[in-house]
Write a protein that binds this ligand. Sequence first.
Ligand code: HEM
Length: 391
Amino acid sequence: MKSQDFVMAGADERFIFLEDTLIMAEGEQHSELTRLFAPLMSRQAVAYYELQLVEPAIQDSIAEMTSTRGEDGKVRADVVPLIHAALTRISARVTGVDGVDSKQATERFRDMVLAVSAATTASYSSATNPGAIIQKGKDALQALADEWMQASLDRRIALAKQHKAGEIEAADLPRDVLMSLCLAEDLSRPDDDKRVPYVWRHCAQFLTGSIKTTSHMLPHAFVHIDEWIKEHPEDRPNLTDPEWLHRAIAEAFRLHQTTPARFRKATRDVELSTGRKVASGEMVAIHAPVANVEAFGEDGRYFNIHREVPKGKKAWGMTFGIGKHSCIGQNLVTGIMNKGDAKHGTHGTAVRLLKAMYELGAELDPDNPPQRPHDNLHDTWESVPVILHKA
Ligand code: HEM
């Protein structure tokens, strides 16, 4: 992933929905997009998203879940929809989609983004006809454009004009993907009428990149922590300690990937360090990077909160990528340097979400074990039912 001899590659759907976006761009185009979008993930912007958007969304979702009790008086919830609900508004805001506010709008928006997301990874589906999933994703993206994105874009085009005429300061403009593209006057491509238009491809990337990844990963952290606490009950008081949660989440992230494989194509004939030869134009895939396991010692396959992270390694290994395409949204998920940011009072969305659950005494529901997805190959949980003992 760090080699200059390989470029981004993947199945057809990656090009249909994501061509020319940050994740698929190479060379100068990639550098320009990185410069354009980097301010969206500044320390200040990340603090704004976490405190103003994620925290209220978590509290709303929790309030909704805790309003119904079972006949035994216990409150039951599911970690997966809770995470989806909390991330939907943040993904809309980072992308620049206005009006995703009411509960009904948020749910409709989430369902459409999840359809786009399934389409961008259609080849991992176990369905016999991935083409139908791709078409569903195209329809969902068009509906997102009709219902929200076109109006949001028009508003930003007008704002960019006013800014250029000196009527609005840069500091008063929204900070999001669509506004950045308007200011750069980079909104279209000549073949837009024949395919998913360029500007909606950027939206597809940020919408799916911010919801699906975290919601694939965080349930793993919940399940690992639950098992750990059963074996180490002395750690139970630490469940609401943010620094302990940072370590636990990083360890869970190390052991899982958001996608079954990452693809690259060789730009020339290459011999890998293992001696394996890759011809120019040939595609290679990294599946569950061994570097996430072997470099972490003999017990690298196991979840261990007390693990010493080897020098020069990230606590989550290569899970957020490595090299020029590494994840632009990592600080938003893990917090700055995988620690709390005392100045802004932030910890990243992952710690914030889990801490909120543990403050309500969340534990796996013994009568309803977590469920794996049955319609795709992703290493994730589709449902993680919990009981909120303190709710
Ligand atoms: C647990 C959460 C996340 C994980 C594990 C994750 C993982 C990754 C990985 C592995 C890559 C590199 C892909 C490759 O090299 O083939 C990547 C790239 C990217 N991620 Fe994330 N991601 C997460 C959350 C997010 C969020 C919240 C956002 C947006 C707000 C985001 C936006 C992006 C973008 C735009 C890229 C492309 C960067 C580039 O190519 O320069 N990700 N992510």
